[in-house]
Design a protein around this ligand. Structure first.
Ligand code: ADP
Ligand code: MG
Length: 210
């Protein structure tokens, strides 16, 4: 994998959040302020513009650029959270031109650590962590078992989708949804939903080869 993998990943995210914008808005309208779909679309549109204007940076630098762009264009909680996640992930790769599955795990683990650190959320708090953490753990475990990267990423995306659905019965303990207390129960978390799209987008991008 290389810089083109990162560019494809960001393009796949852009396509996915545009397709799911209304759904993400509805989910956030139920337990938040209804801006999550527009936040994600605005952010990744800007990321694509920034990547298009970039002149051949290595993959880690592209992730840092994407993260910086999200922080500066998304007002909601998801902007700084995904922004710092992508910047932390990018720093793992330094200036190297290529990376393998094991390094991809470290990129995603750094992204997860950064979300948890900034948002102080743990598994079960009904946030994006509930989709991202199982994805990272599944990818790490499947690669350690010797499963091929494409299959491991497919399993990681499925784990994110399972984690996303598992947020429905939970009561939110972080972010805007936590203000609703018990009334947040019975709704799928919007951030976990977009996170599942982001992990699925990675599986598609890695499968395109480069
Ligand atoms: P805002 O809540 O500021 O309107 P968004 O609607 O874009 O921002 O994003 C909401 C999502 O952000 C939530 O569904 C949740 O997944 C995630 N989120 C909010 N606060 C936190 C937090 N402290 N830690 C992790 N994720 C969080
Ligand atoms: Mg919102």
């Amino acid at each position: 994998m290389d810089a083109a993998t990162i560019t494809s990943w960001m393009r796949e995210i852009d396509v996915a959040v545009r397709a799911e914008r209304d759904h993400l808005v509805q989910l956030d309208a139920a337990i938040g302020d209804g801006d999550h779909g527009t936040n994600m679309v605005r952010g990744f549109e800007a990321v694509i513009q920034a990547l298009d204007a970039d002149g051949g940076s290595p993959p880690g630098k592209l992730l840092i650029l994407a993260g910086r762009t999200l922080v500066s264009t998304v007002g909601g909680a998801s902007g700084p959270l995904w922004g710092s996640a992508l910047r932390s992930g990018g720093r793992v790769l330094g200036d190297q031109a290529n990376f393998d599955g094991g390094q991809l795990v470290e990129v995603l683990a750094a992204a997860l650590a950064s979300v948890k650190d900034l948002g102080t959320a743990s598994l079960g708090d009904k946030t994006m962590v509930d989709a991202l953490e199982p994805a990272v753990e599944t990818l790490r475990a499947r690669l350690a078992e010797g499963v091929a990267l494409e299959q491991a990423l497919d399993d990681a995306a499925a784990a994110a989708e399972t984690g996303m659905r598992a947020t429905i019965p939970l009561q939110a303990r972080k972010g805007r949804a936590s203000y609703l207390g018990e009334r947040s129960v019975g709704h799928q978390d919007p951030g976990a939903t977009s996170t599942a799209l982001i992990v699925r987008a990675l599986q598609k991008a890695a499968g395109q080869g480069s």
